[in-house]
Ligand binder design. Structure first.
Ligand code: MIC
Ligand code: SF4
Length: 633
């Protein structure tokens, strides 16, 4: 009896033992990148000097940074296109759709391993693919054919029984899991869904659930591959990609969810873990409703919304925005006539992209309540500092858009049951990789906004500096380095990007870090939750920060710190209390597992969560210099 995770890991195992807490290295079959993390990932891949990717399949999506307010993002896209042509990578141009939705439609397959430079890569777990999010550098190394190392998680089995009631959908199940686990409860775990209730969930529904698992801090989420999976892949014209991957058990712990007892839920501002039943908070006036993102932009979701809006109009004063997940979704909505219901109801149809989810347009008015079918509602992420963002299902979103206030959809009459196509229209827009001979002749195009990677010098023997900033628990990478329309175009321009470091928490941070020539950051629990953006580590390194001390770290961000040669150190509660902003510290880096820190209060010894290999990486200045050695370049 083995979990899905164990079976897939064993088939890809390069090093280690699949036992909770142990480091394992697996072969990576597929990689994905998106543009906001991709430019850096490909600069890193290029720095390895290989002629072509060494994976079965690598895809470069452009979906985040599509506003193109000036040349910068357009230059990024051109760079990404040329890199894809040059190195044997599939390319999905802007407007094709959101990476996770597209990957599911076109490439995700049961039993495969997928590494993506985006934290919601586990969405592909909907079809039994072991998919994990990672920093761009880890994805670059996977493209170079190196195995991916991670801490083998505990498997939490989530047994689903019964069926979802009318007006309650997969988002509510996902929010229920978040309600139980919170934004830290999934750390060190993989979430595996099993039981009779799984059969009633289609692949798009499973994708919503797997997608939101990221917000619990889980390493990945997995569904078995069954008849429903087969039917979905067949409808996508990919029956050949199907293999069975049935549940067998073998879980460390089990959570029980009776689907029939679920009700519409909402995550209140400003955390995805702040979940309550809609009926308890019903009535709040809303100024904006946004439907889309990699969580809820599938054909299934938009069909339900279209049926709910048919023949009606959104309430006065409500701005309804919809970003469909892919061109395929749009084509079906057009063909079925459902697109008209959306338009006639007053919806603004946006491009098939991340859009408002990453603050690329669609910022709500001042102080507004904005209902979104997304996965993150961190303060300020919407682009409006004082907006309050609520995370809901498409059903709650549509009902609330019609009523003008947060509404439990169960009072909306008959539930629109939708039928999915037996055969999907092919997803259009992709460019397949060029054959090697042709690819080698392609020239990589770099605009003035694509700046070279910095040098990564080894760790000095003594680190001296001040505590530049002390932050509380659950600080996200959106706090460390915001995204949005102003900052995202700078993702491949480190000197400019660095100016926004911690800008939302302390606008003086950049200036102080620059004046001091570096220093340290002190964090609470779950430091670095959320996005996989390695830039949130890289900007600190660029500013001379070589150590971050926190009570605990989020998985991907911890890897990103290590990848860029920043020493992560663990603090206990009293040490956290003692270390104040402005404190001068001296760190002796003779040993990196236990580091001696001298300060005015005396001396303390701080442990680091580094493995032997990671210790070596931090010492030589990061994973890039380390990997060049490994690859003999
Ligand atoms: C996000 O949802 O925060 C992002 C933007 O997709 C990030 C990646 C990024 O910062 O580019 C993620 O989730 O990893
Ligand atoms: Fe894009 Fe939002 Fe999904 Fe991130 S969470 S990949 S920004 S849609």
């Amino acid at each position: 009896m083995a979990t899905l995770l164990e079976r897939i890991v064993r088939r890809h195992l390069v090093e280690g033992r699949p036992s909770p807490g142990e480091e394992v290295a697996v072969r990576v079959d597929q990689t994905l990148t998106q543009d906001a993390t991709g430019t850096l990932a490909y600069l890193e891949f290029e720095a390895l000097g290989l002629p072509r990717v060494r994976t079965e399949l690598s895809v470069s999506y452009v979906d985040h940074n599509t506003l193109q307010t000036d040349f910068r993002s357009a230059d990024d896209h051109r760079y990404l296109l040329s890199v894809a042509r040059r190195y044997g990578i599939h390319f999905s141009p802007p407007g094709t759709g959101i990476c996770h939705q597209l990957h599911l439609e076109r490439f995700a397959s049961p039993g495969k391993t997928l590494l993506g430079s985006d934290s919601h890569t586990p969405t592909a777990g909907a079809v039994g693919c072991l998919a994990m999010g990672a920093g761009g550098l880890d994805v670059a190394l996977a493209m170079a054919g190196l195995p991916y190392s991670f801490t083998y998680p505990e498997v939490l089995g989530i047994r689903l029984s019964g069926e979802l009631p009318d007006w309650v959908s997969a988002k509510d199940l996902a929010l229920e899991v978040l309600r139980r686990l919170g934004v830290r409860g999934g750390r060190g775990k993989a979430l595996e869904y099993f039981g009779a209730g799984v059969r009633g969930l289609g692949v798009p529904e499973r994708a919503t659930v797997a997608n939101l698992g990221t917000e619990t801090g889980a390493t990945t989420s997995l569904f078995p591959s069954d008849g429903v999976t087969k039917q979905f892949l067949r409808a996508q014209g990919r029956e050949g990609d199907w293999t069975p991957l049935p549940e067998e058990g073998g879980y460390g712990e089990v959570e029980e969810v009776e689907l029939g007892r679920l009700e519409p839920l909402v995550a209140l501002p400003h955390s995805p873990g702040n979940v309550r039943p809609v009926r308890e908070v019903e009535g709040e006036e809303v100024q904006q409703v946004v439907i889309g993102s990699c969580t809820n932009s599938s054909l299934r979701d938009l069909k339900v919304v279209a049926r709910m809006l048919k023949g009606r109009r959104v309430a006065e004063g409500v701005d309804l925005l919809i970003s469909p997940g892919s061109r395929q979704v749009v084509e079906h909505l057009v063909r079925s006539g459902e697109m008209r219901y959306l338009l006639r109801a007053g919806a603004r149809i946006l491009e098939c992209a991340c859009g408002p989810c990453i603050g690329m347009g669609g910022a709500p008015p001042s102080g507004a309540a904005s209902l979104r079918t997304f996965n993150r509602n961190f303060e300020g992420r919407s682009g409006t500092p004082d907006a309050r963002v609520f995370l809901v299902s498409p059903e709650v979103a549509a009902a609330s858009a019609l009523e003008g206030r947060l509404t439990d959809p169960r009072g909306m009459g008959r539930y629109p049951r939708v039928r999915m196509p037996g055969r999907f229209l092919p997803s259009s827009g992709f460019l397949p990789p060029l054959p090697p001979g042709e690819a080698e002749r392609v020239e990589v195009v770099r605009g003035p906004n694509i700046r070279p990677l910095p040098e990564f010098s080894p760790l000095p023997h003594v680190l001296e500096g001040r505590v530049l900033l002390k932050v509380g628990d659950d600080v996200s990478t959106d706090h460390i380095l915001p995204a949005g329309a102003e900052v995202l175009p700078l993702r491949s321009n480190l000197p400019e990007l660095a100016k926004y470091t911690f800008s939302r928490l302390d606008p003086t941070f950049y200036r102080r870090a620059e004046q001091e020539g570096g220093g340290f950051v002190v964090g609470g629990e779950n430091y670095g939750q959320g996005s996989s953006r390695e830039h949130a580590a890289l900007v600190l390194r660029y500013l001379g920060v070589r150590a971050v001390m926190a009570k605990s770290f989020a998985r991907i961000h911890l890897d990103n710190l290590i990848n860029f040669g920043i020493l992560p150190l663990l603090l206990n509660a009293s040490q956290y209390e003692e270390l104040e902003k402005g404190e001068m510290l001296s760190l002796d880096t003779a040993g990196l597992r236990r580091v001696r820190v001298r300060w005015k209060g005396g001396e303390m010894v701080l442990p680091s969560p580094l493995s032997e290999k990671e210790e070596e990486m931090v010492r030589v200045g990061g994973k890039l210099p380390w990997a060049r050695k490994v690859l003999g370049r």
